[in-house]
Design a protein around this ligand. Structure first.
Ligand SMILES: NC(=O)c1ccc[n+]([C@@H]2O[C@H](COP(=O)([O-])OP(=O)(O)OC[C@H]3O[C@@H](n4cnc5c(N)ncnc54)[C@H](OP(=O)(O)O)[C@@H]3O)[C@@H](O)[C@H]2O)c1
Length: 200
């Protein structure tokens, strides 16, 4: 698949490297193709390119948002409609309106997009190393669109996570709150810690 990643910071770069290792074509959509973080992301994936967010989504099968949440409205303003396209939200809102998820922001800003929340409940360092874990980490996926959820779960599995259906889009905020728990666990266990589901 061709995957456009909007943002080439820690999360965008980490996901890009993991998707590329899984055989996907990765293109970054960024405000500044010359930024240090974009350069680092490109250095890790020789086949990837960095273009504007509007250019990056041309021909992309999947669009992944990996921006600081406050940058989403202005970034989306310059992009074409993503109606009917699979869009995965990997972001977290740590401050701002405590009742809203970044996925709800995307739903409002991108009418008709097929949205799923995923890849937000673990530190970015773990995207490329998920396959190496003795106990696979869960990757929770929330969304109301069956196809978006299927694609996000398939990508999570390709990276080495155990995809878990975490319910509808309304649960995206709950997944963001899980990061607060993840950060506490990381204090005790280090940033390699991940959630796993135990079925009794
Ligand atoms: N860090 C983690 O382990 C982790 C894990 C899961 C989810 N998250 C969430 O994922 C999102 C990204 O986090 P990150 O750690 O990747 O952050 P980051 O390393 O700071 O990268 C942020 C990205 O957003 C871009 N950006 C920032 N301000 C912008 C603006 N005003 N306009 C356009 N682009 C802008 C940056 O571009 P420039 O290079 O041009 O500044 C960069 O590409 C956040 O919502 C975070 O909460 C983080």
């Amino acid at each position: 698949m061709r995957i456009a990643i909007i943002g080439a910071g820690d999360v965008g770069g980490g996901l890009g490297a993991a998707f590329a290792a899984a055989g996907h074509d990765v293109v970054f959509g960024v405000r500044d193709p010359g930024s240090l973080k974009t350069a680092a992301a490109l250095a890790a994936i020789p086949s990837a390119a960095a273009v504007s967010p509007a250019e990056s989504v041309e021909g992309a099968d999947v669009v992944v948002f990996a921006l600081r949440w406050g940058a989403v409205p202005t970034t989306v303003e310059g992009m074409p409609s993503l109606a009917g396209r699979v869009v995965i939200d990997a972001m977290n809102r740590i401050d701002g309106d405590p009742a809203r998820s970044t996925t709800q922001d995307l739903a409002d800003l991108l009418p008709g997009a097929r949205l799923a929340k995923a890849f937000n409940t673990i530190g970015f360092e773990n995207y490329t190393t998920a396959r190496e874990r003795a106990v696979p980490a869960a990757m929770f996926v929330a969304g109301d669109d069956a196809e978006a959820k299927r694609v996000a779960m398939e990508l999570a599995a390709q990276l080495g996570f155990t995809p878990e259906d975490a319910g509808g889009l309304a649960n995206a905020r709950a997944l963001e709150m899980m990061v607060i728990v993840w950060l506490a666990l990381a204090q005790a266990h280090g940033r390699g810690v991940g959630f796993a589901v135990s079925v009794g």
